[in-house]
Ligand binder design. Structure first.
Ligand SMILES: C[S@@+](CC[C@H](N)C(=O)[O-])C[C@H]1O[C@@H](n2cnc3c(N)ncnc32)[C@H](O)[C@@H]1O
Length: 307
């Protein structure tokens, strides 16, 4: 909740820390400071975005375990952590077949083990012509016989975890103007079908020249809905895997405070571009490194080998 001493005209602040989330301390983000987490962790060794970033799946799960315990620590009581993620098909060795990793199930298990409640799962559906999918369904077209079926994936999960029960009397005690400006537009909610467990939203295409090039960015509409549905104006939204800063941009537009954590120093320019002219605080922390050029080179190398 916004502190009483601040006038409603104060621009909401955005803070971005460049560092490894596993090393984040309560000096950066205090216990219980956050009212909502909206994030998308790296997709385990995703061939288009993070080839070989993690030495093993167990290393990846260690990052998710650390993310879960940090979420529990920084979230206020009863508050929500929204995670956009998806199972991942990763090629192994010289085999042409990939192995599918159960990121959604494993992330869910880890968050439950960390003591958060499982509140809901929304399926984000992209348009059928989504260009980045691997066209696995072509296999059954080439071999129209049983056992050759592999569907093309046009969905991701938005997992919602809750840090214990929420005390709704907090809303009754909120200043009237804050409550009024945080009211949800139920006409829009019904019209755009936010009320369902399936959200049809066009994805961001990481085309050459776009600010999100080489970043698995989610569309602004995802944080926009979640921030309106789960926070009051003036509260703090945290993105521990900030990427291009989509969550931070939307949080600021909606009059919320934003905190981001991002390991890759090369995204500083991208975040600055996305956030526009308004000032925001940037600080460097342990574990920050330069990543994007290295990953992009690897992706291009893999593509030319595959040709
Ligand atoms: C899927 S992207 C997030 C994209 C973001 N939602 C957007 O819209 O631009 C995941 C981000 O996590 C970052 N990341 C990976 N490991 C991290 C770590 N240990 N600590 C902090 N950030 C990390 C990656 O560099 C990447 O930018």
């Amino acid at each position: 909740m916004r502190r009483e001493s601040e006038s409603s005209k104060d621009p909401p602040s955005v803070r971005v820390f460049f560092g490894d989330l596993e090393k984040m301390t309560s000096k950066d983000v205090a216990d219980g400071e956050v009212s909502l987490i909206v994030t998308s962790p790296p997709y385990f060794n995703a061939p288009f975005d993070y080839p070989d970033l993690f030495p093993s799946y167990e290393d990846y799960l260690d990052l998710i375990r650390s993310f879960a315990s940090q979420s529990k620590r920084v979230l206020g009581k009863g508050r929500i952590c929204a995670i956009v993620t998806d199972d991942m098909l990763v090629k192994e060795g010289s085999s042409s077949r990939g192995r599918k990793y159960a990121l959604v199930a494993d992330t869910t298990r880890i968050f439950l083990d960390a003591g958060l409640l499982y509140r809901d799962k929304i399926t984000w559906v992209k348009p059928a012509g989504y260009t980045r999918i691997s066209r696995r369904s072509g296999v059954v077209l080439q071999h129209p016989f049983p056992m050759y079926f592999y569907p093309d994936n046009i969905q991701e999960s938005i997992l919602l975890f809750q840090n214990g029960e929420f005390d709704y009397s907090q809303l009754k005690d909120a200043p009237r103007n804050v409550l009024e400006s945080s009211k949800i537009d139920t006409v829009q909610l019904n019209k755009e079908r936010w009320n369902l467990t399936v959200w049809n939203i066009t994805n961001v295409l990481p085309m050459p020249g776009r600010v999100e090039e080489g970043i698995a960015a989610f569309p602004e509409e995802i944080p926009r809905r979640l921030i309106k549905l789960f926070t009051m104006v003036g509260e703090t939204v945290f993105d521990p895997f900030a990427g291009s800063g989509t969550t931070l941009k939307v949080a600021r537009e909606l009059g919320r405070r934003g905190i981001g954590y991002e390991i890759d120093l090369e995204l500083r320019r991208v975040i600055r571009k996305k956030l526009g002219t308004q000032e925001f605080i940037v600080e460097e922390r342990e574990g920050a490194r330069r990543l994007r050029k290295f990953l992009q080179t690897k992706i291009h190398q893999n593509r030319s080998v595959a040709r």
